[in-house]
Design a protein around this ligand. Structure first.
Ligand SMILES: CC(C)(COP(=O)(O)OP(=O)(O)OC[C@H]1O[C@@H](n2cnc3c(N)ncnc32)[C@H](O)[C@@H]1OP(=O)(O)O)[C@@H](O)C(=O)NCCC(=O)NCCS
Length: 331
């Protein structure tokens, strides 16, 4: 006969205790599901929601964010964002349904009233139990964070008329044109938004990036830029935002890839990636201690070009960004 449970379970558990217990189980669930994931991070501070009773009890943290007018993230995000951070242990469909329903009840009136709003969840792509639940509540898999381990990329046959090179400050206008072309395309197939200040925002960001020497490659034909891939390197350091998404270490990332419409499908994108990857994977300048774990990027599953192009280049979904706009459309 099992010994009676005494001690800390004799007193009622606080919501923080519930989160802590469920997080330990969730860590095991996600580690078993996908070894490419980092250890599941604790949710950020916010409104703790606990639903149900053991053994079907689940929890989550609801956060709210308002992006200020004129800020860069408004080119891919709604202004008012309610985010659910599920902490569900090993739970299946029914408890997760209950948690999503409870989330709707906790959304701030300002979010529910705002047309430029979104309800979002970022969750491991391979957790298909959650996929079923999110789809049933009207959430859409608008983007994925996809990763690629370091490794050779097939170099396409040479194109004698195409010059692929690192971009410099003089390439600003060509890069802005290509970035706006990408934004216009992506706004039809994902969460990007062609807001009135898009050109000014892109110009300021790209001027800054090129000025700092951030790795950007361009493809030039006949003196005109026809393609661009904006990249960078970042450390997934313990406690950082990136560490909640990818394992610790050095990572290369691809921020924006754009080939002008008349040149798409003819190998320009592949030549740009073939130029960028070896450098992104070679290591961090001045950081011999930091091994490069791979590269990551975001793409939109409804994008018929990038959803073919990136998986063919070796990228596989790690996290899915579920979203519904406006937030009140969550059902
Ligand atoms: C995604 C993108 C950067 C790829 O660059 P690209 O130069 O078109 O790519 P490539 O020609 O090197 O490879 C394209 C692949 O897509 C497919 N493709 C076929 N027809 C295509 C077309 N009309 N346009 C684009 N891709 C086509 C092919 O499968 C091709 O692979 P294959 O050569 O093995 O057949 C480019 O299409 C683009 O800018 N798209 C619009 C903006 C965008 O989606 N950006 C990415 C955001 S993450």
């Amino acid at each position: 006969m099992p010994a009676p449970v005494i001690g800390r379970h004799a007193a009622p558990e606080s919501p923080v205790d519930v989160l802590t217990d469920l997080l330990a189980v969730q860590r095991r669930r996600l580690a078993a599901l996908d070894p490419r994931l980092p250890e599941a991070a604790a949710p950020p501070p916010g409104d703790i929601v606990v639903v149900g009773k053991p053994p079907h009890r689940v929890a989550g943290v609801v956060t709210h964010h308002t992006w200020p007018a004129g800020s860069g993230p408004l080119l891919w995000s709604a202004t008012q964002v309610s985010e659910l951070h599920p902490v569900i242990g090993a739970a299946g469909h029914a408890p997760l349904h209950a948690l999503v329903e409870a989330w709707r009840g906790r959304m701030l009136p300002v979010v529910l009233a705002e047309p430029d709003s979104a309800a979002t969840i970022t969750w491991p792509s391979r957790d298909v139990v959650a996929t079923r639940v999110f789809l049933d509540h009207g959430l859409v898999p608008l983007a994925v964070l996809a990763v690629r381990p370091p490794g050779p990329y097939p170099v396409p046959p040479p194109d004698p008329d195409l010059v692929v090179r690192r971009a410099g400050p003089d390439d600003l206008e060509g890069c802005v044109r290509l970035a706006l072309e990408e934004l216009a395309y992506s706004s039809q197939v994902g969460g990007s938004l062609l807001r009135p200040d898009a050109e000014a925002l892109k110009r300021a960001t790209i001027r800054d990036r090129l000025g700092r020497g951030e790795p950007t490659w361009v493809a030039e034909r006949g003196g005109r830029l026809v393609g661009m891939v904006e990249c960078g390197q970042a450390e997934s350091a313990p406690g950082s935002w990136l560490a909640s998404l990818v394992p610790p270490g050095g990572w290369g990332y691809v921020n924006c890839a754009s080939v002008t419409s008349a040149e798409r499908g003819s190998g320009v994108g592949q030549r740009l990636v073939a130029a960028a990857l070896p450098e992104l994977e070679a290591g961090f300048r001045g950081r011999q201690d930091l091994a490069v774990r791979g590269t990551y990027l975001y793409y939109n599953p409804p994008n018929p070009l990038s959803s073919v192009f990136w998986p063919r280049a070796g990228y596989a979904p790690l996290w899915t960004l579920w979203e519904v706009r406006p937030a009140r459309a969550l059902r």
